[in-house]
Design a protein around this ligand. Sequence first.
Ligand code: HEM
Length: 542
Amino acid sequence: MSALLTLCASSVAVALLVRWYRWYTHRSLKYIRGPQVKSFLLGNVRDFSWQESVGDLDFKYYEEYGTSWRMQAALGKGVLMTADPKALQHIMHKSGYNYSKTTQAQVSVLNITGRSIIWAPTADIHSRHRKIMNPAFSAPQLRSFLPMFRRSSGKLCQQWKDELLHRNSDSLVLPVNKWLARAALDIIGEAAFDYEFGALDNSENEVTKEYDNMFSDSMLHLPAWNVVFEGLWTYLPRSLVECIRYMPTREYSRFARTLRVVNRVSKQLVEQKSEMLLHGDKTNKDVMSVLVRANASENPGMKLNDEEMVSQMAALMLAGHETTANTVSWLLWELAKHPEFQEKLRVEIVQKRSEVIARGDADFAMEELESMRYLQAAMKETLRYHNIVYHLFRVAEQDDIIPLANPIRTKTGEFITEIPVSAGQVVAPNIAVYNRLPEIWGEDAHTWNPMRHLDEKIDTQIRLGMFGNVMSFSAGLRGCIGWRFSVIEMQAIVADLVENFKFSLPDEKPEIIRVPAGVMGPMVRGREHEGMLLPLRVTAVV
Ligand code: HEM
């Protein structure tokens, strides 16, 4: 028995070694410049995941090496990082499914959402998911959500007014990110599942509690062993890697706990909606109902199975609430730092309000929100400047040649305009740097300046992003399916908040850092133990 075990263990070890050796020696990127690697085991991964504020290292390396450089993942694996517009267009738009998600990216998503669209590992699985989900994200379907978004933002405003009344004050410092996360959870609940989380009414709701600080609890400052361990995943059989979610570590058990709660609710909802469909009820417009109907009318080979259907809920909650809530939080923070722009925005909203009143309507129509130039510019600029997702990780399925708009100097001093990569090469589109390229956004790219979107000076020769050409929603076949949902939601919330409240920095002027916790979120320096936090002084507009 023990001989058999030894044989098995040795075979696994040899197989691992062979796979690793193949990776290590394949068409390398060693001639491309990049930051020094202090540890073979950790590569540069730990430097990035421990940087104090997202972008600190990225912007430094961009200054040193240009728009493409080599970094090193765990166990000596080279990664091509690029913010080069032509390279990104090639990878995200022109290559179809040639650049798929890396094993680490897929398995992390599997741990958080199950077998959802975000996880979908292959072209055929992903296109099947996307086909079923697309109808639920069509522009007319999403526009019909506006009144509901406005109801939620109205509720948020009322809660803040009640707080002010309760404290008998016209101004108060509030953790705006926490409130916005609860509003966004209620919105995704109602729009996506016709389900009331009641998060704004009750922060003790189990789902609200599970999502609170989920990323900072699990992915902020990953320990060294975790980095090496995740580096090993590429060399292990997929079925084994997928079992990792059952390991009782900080990261995996936090995700597993959240997923258990979400799946329980989700299962009931899918059953309920399938039941409604069986009884001929096709009236519900929420995303999940549209999904259940689209799935029912699809031919058997293209359908999502039960597990996949249930997983979409976790995916939508994961992708659709904190991303939007954090973006709005950053937007309010920037308004607090730019009071003149904030006032211009308020005047714009108030002017449109008088048109609504003159017309005898109760609220803004979609066209009115979309015609608010300062509002649109503030959203685009915040998405650009405070991108919640900062790196993507893709792997080339076939040998390829990546073209560059900006030639880079190699270690030997030669300038190259394209980078040949082998199948299996990991490529990391760098959203943080692309969104700050002076050649696209202007010399003041490192300044939050919404006016750039009104001056029409942005270089859009290479079209990449979905909204304002920013990369924050990613791009191409696997770009954010919910970008329109998010934009409509953000404009509904911001217009309401700015019409009703003024935002300023708290007296103690807390230093806000953009922590790298898988996604980028705000924390107060010195109060990191409180988790994600963005406090602002909120004053009622009278
Ligand atoms: C400011 C808000 C948002 C940002 C910054 C954002 C960003 C992103 C990014 C960068 C991706 C690509 C991830 C990758 O390739 O690994 C993505 C994908 C996705 N997003 Fe969003 N997102 C936002 C809002 C939303 C909303 C509101 C929803 C749903 C209601 C949503 C649903 C999704 C889904 C389902 C995917 C996976 C798409 C696919 O793989 O085909 N997102 N998002």
